[in-house]
Design a protein around this ligand. Structure first.
Ligand SMILES: Nc1ncnc2c1ncn2[C@@H]1O[C@H](COP(=O)(O)OP(=O)(O)OP(=O)(O)O)[C@@H](O)[C@H]1O
Length: 243
C-alpha cells in the first residue's frame, strides 16, 4: 500500500457534560491511502463529526497522534505551532459541509478564486484555475451567478470546487448530500470518487445516505466513539452492533 495520506493512531477525545465524561473518540486507528474513498457511518452521537474535525486538524486530540502526508500534524509531541498548522491545513486539506456556506455577495467563480488567493495564487493564474475547476464540475455557464441564483446541487458543486482548489491530498466531507435529492446526491458522491481516483486524494465522507454506499471503496462504522469497518457484503447495522 502507498504511504497513507491520513494516519490516526490511538486517537482519543473526551468531552465533559456536567459530571459525566463523554468519550467521543476511543482509541481510533485509521489509515487512508491516496485514491481511497471511505464512508463514515454510525448513529447520531457516535463520534463521526469529532473524528472528521480531528482528522482535519480543527479539533485537537486528547490522546494519540494524527499524521497527514507523512507529517506529524496533531498530538501532544507533534511540534507544529498553531500558525504552521493553519498553513498546513490550508495546503493539504479540503472541507465540504452539509451547507455550501458560499459567500453570498461573490459569484460562483469568485467563491472559488478566493480560496486560491488566500493560498497565494492571484491574477491570471487564479482566474484560469478557477475556470478550469468550474469546468470540471460542469459549472462553466454558472460562473458569473451569485449563490442565491444557484440550485442546491450547483451550490454544493461550487463548495466542492473551492474545497479542492488548492489540490488537497485529503478531502473531508460532513454529510455533503443531506440537503440534496437522490439524483444530485449520487452526482456529488460520483464527483468525490473522481477526486479520489483521478486526483489521488484520500476522501472521507460522513454520511447517513445508504443509497450511495456502492460508490465507496471502504465503509467505516462508528459506535460509541469506536471505529470498525464493514466488509463489502456486511450489513452496516450489524457491524456497528458487534463492537
Ligand atoms: N464541543 C463539544 N462539547 C461537548 N460534547 C461534545 C462536543 N462535540 C461533540 N460532543 C459529544 O461527543 C459525542 C460525539 O459527537 P459527534 O458530533 O462527533 O457525533 P456524530 O456521530 O457526528 O453525531 P451526528 O450524526 O448527530 O452529527 C456526542 O455525545 C456529543 O454530544
Amino acid at each position: 500500500m502507498a504511504a497513507p495520506v491520513l494516519e490516526m493512531r490511538g486517537v482519543g477525545r473526551d468531552f465533559r457534560s456536567g459530571d459525566e465524561v463523554v468519550r467521543a473518540l476511543d482509541d481510533i486507528d485509521l489509515a487512508l491511502a491516496p485514491g481511497e474513498m471511505a464512508a463514515l457511518l454510525g448513529p447520531s452521537g457516535s463520534g463521526k463529526s469529532t473524528l472528521l474535525l480531528t482528522a482535519g486538524l480543527l479539533e485537537p486530540p486528547d490522546r494519540g497522534r494524527v499524521r497527514i502526508a507523512g507529517r506529524d500534524a496533531a498530538g501532544s509531541d507533534c511540534g507544529m505551532t498553531a500558525a504552521e498548522r493553519r498553513r498546513f491545513r490550508r495546503d493539504h486539506i479540503g472541507f465540504v459541509f452539509q451547507k455550501a456556506n458560499l459567500i453570498p455577495f461573490l459569484t460562483a467563480e469568485e467563491n472559488v478564486r478566493i480560496a486560491l488567493e488566500v493560498a497565494g495564487m492571484t491574477g491570471r493564474p487564479a482566474r484560469m484555475r478557477a475556470a478550469e475547476l468550474l469546468d470540471w464540475l460542469d459549472l462553466r455557464r454558472r460562473a458569473a451567478a451569485l449563490p442565491v441564483h444557484l440550485s442546491g446541487g450547483e451550490q454544493q458543486r461550487v463548495a466542492i470546487a473551492r474545497a479542492i482548489a488548492n489540490q488537497p491530498v485529503l478531502l473531508l466531507a460532513d454529510e455533503p448530500t443531506a440537503a440534496l435529492d437522490a439524483d444530485r446526491a449520487a452526482r456529488v458522491m460520483g464527483l468525490f470518487r473522481r477526486i479520489a481516483e483521478d486526483r489521488g486524494a484520500a476522501v472521507l465522507v460522513v454520511t447517513h445516505d445508504h443509497r450511495a454506499l456502492d460508490m465507496f471503496h471502504r465503509r467505516l462504522v462508528m459506535q460509541d466513539g469506536r471505529l470498525g469497518e464493514a466488509g463489502r457484503g456486511d450489513d452496516v447495522g450489524s457491524v456497528a452492533k458487534a463492537f
